[in-house]
Design a protein around this ligand. Structure first.
Ligand code: FAD
Length: 436
């Protein structure tokens, strides 16, 4: 029987699904010993620090992760960063294969003047702030203005806009970070504009997210009916409209038609609007947009512009992978061929491999395909050193699965009296205390 040692870097969905695929491939002759390395003191990746707090059902996938983690021959090493606490070369030396599942966490830049003004953020800062990511607790999100602009037309932009436009008491029974909840309760923001460069027919929102909007109890949602109808006409003129596009457009039409209730809070959609400049005297005061049109199926600029006065801008136009020493990157992703990182026993899965696209479930089939290649490439097992020993010699304190379970229980217990699923801890020192 051969037992191969596999290191998985990143405890997000792609990492766990890679571990699951390895576990499911075991036979009497072939077994795996898996060490999962995570730079944060807590696992679950974007399921903890990305998925919106008002979507608790999505987070139940963490039960699957915990089942994988409590299977024999799986060890969790949280608070261990590849590139800082251990090098890629060391992992290559000590493991039979290394799977990079480090995600894509740097926000893409708009590349327009004024982007660095105070009050202008990327969703890559704003989302982890409200989700209690320990590195983003101190991001100074000023919500003392009346109007916010969200740039982007995908589900992340929608999450951000919804978090800003909701009546904050709707977030009380969620696991929104305590510091963010406090700020949201005193927020002056009443108007949220969500702006996409292309037409409604090109928007990357998914229908379930759109269908949620009319259910917001304290927020009116405004969509220009003419703009959606024109998009529908364009799409139909091109032939059969893809099912997801049709569903999106029909949902948007229904929202545009719905009665407005004169709520104090409102959300406005603007399509075919490219941000050209963020203006302000030391802080954000206004965003200038160029108006686009669709000509022969292409989005092209017109000479017209409009502007929105606002005090907060959040751009949600995609993510790029944070670079790790020893890996090559292209287009914001780890350079790879079908998940193989050329020339070494290194593989890449999830958003680090594909870029920031796909829902949690997409990572399951992706990781499983890459694990098939990994297994094909295996030769004879190595006799590598124990990661726990390497780290303790280096004075790196890691959070094991048992330690994490204590943190998890403590967070859930802290939430219980308040009717919340958990109160997330944000202080690394406090969490490291659970490592004994
Ligand atoms: C804001 C947001 C909301 C989303 N909402 C939904 C939703 O509602 N439903 C849905 O299905 N999908 C949603 N998604 C998509 C989903 O989160 C992704 O498909 C999925 O998380 C990608 O998995 P991953 O494992 O590749 O990356 P991640 O989940 O990002 O996990 C990567 C992990 O690697 C760790 N890491 C990074 N660098 C290192 C290093 N050097 N050393 C050690 N560890 C490292 C990170 O800390 C992280 O824990 C959302 C995404 C975002 C951004």
């Amino acid at each position: 029987m051969s037992t191969f040692r596999i290191a998985i870097v990143g405890a997000g969905p792609a990492g766990y699904f890679a571990a699951q695929a390895l576990q499911n491939s075991q036979t009497d002759q072939l077994t795996f010993s898996i060490d999962m390395i995570e730079k944060l003191p807590t696992p679950w990746g974007l399921v903890r620090s990305g998925v919106a707090p008002d979507h608790p059902k999505i987070k139940t996938v963490s039960k699957v992760f915990e089942k994988i983690a409590t299977t024999e021959s799986f060890k969790l090493f949280c608070n261990v960063e590849l590139g800082k606490d251990i090098t890629l070369e060391e992992l290559e030396t000590n493991y039979d294969a290394v799977v990079i599942a480090s995600g894509s966490s740097r926000g893409r830049k708009l590349g327009i003047p004024g982007e660095d003004l105070r009050g202008s953020f990327s969703a890559a800062e704003f989302v982890p702030w409200y989700n209690a990511h320990p590195d983003f607790v101190d991001v100074d999100i000023d919500l003392s203005c009346d109007t916010a602009v969200v740039i982007g037309a995908g589900n992340v932009a929608m999450d951000v806009a919804r978090m800003l436009a909701l009546e904050p008491s709707e977030l009380d029974p969620t696991d929104t970070a305590e510091h963010a909840l406090e700020r949201l309760h005193s927020s002056s923001i009443r108007k949220v504009h969500i702006c996409g460069r292309r037409g409604p027919e090109h928007a990357a929102f998914t229908s379930p997210e759109l269908r949620e909007l009319p259910k917001l109890e304290h927020t009116d949602v405004h969509i220009d009916q003419h703009q959606i109808q024109a998009a529908k006409d364009r799409a139909e003129a091109e032939g059969e409209v893809p099912k997801d596009v049709k569903s999106n457009l029909d949902t948007m039409l229904a929202i545009s038609d719905a009665e407005k209730k004169n709520h104090a809070r409102s959300m406005y959609f603007h399509f075919l609007s490219t941000p050209l400049e963020i203006r302000g005297n030391s802080k954000v005061e206004e965003v200038i947009f160029g108006i686009n049109e669709v000509k022969d199926g292409k989005v092209v600029p017109t000479s017209e512009t409009f502007s929105i006065k606002c005090g907060l801008v959040v751009s949600a136009i995609g993510y790029e992978a944070e670079e790790i020493a020893g890996l090559k990157y292209e287009g914001g992703r780890v350079l790879n061929i079908d998940g193989r990182v050329t020339g070494k026993h290194i593989y890449v899965v999830g958003w680090a491999k594909r870029g920031p696209s796909g829902v949690i479930g997409t990572n399951k089939s992706d990781s499983s395909d890459v694990v098939k290649l990994l297994i094909e490439d295996l030769k004879a097992p190595k006799n590598g050193a124990d990661l726990g020993d390497i780290l303790s010699k280096r004075g790196v304190v890691h959070i094991s699965q048992a330690n994490w379970e204590l943190i998890n229980q403590a967070e859930v217990a802290a939430g219980e009296p308040h009717g919340k699923p958990r109160v997330k801890f944000t202080d690394r020192k406090r969490m490291l205390g659970f490592a004994g």
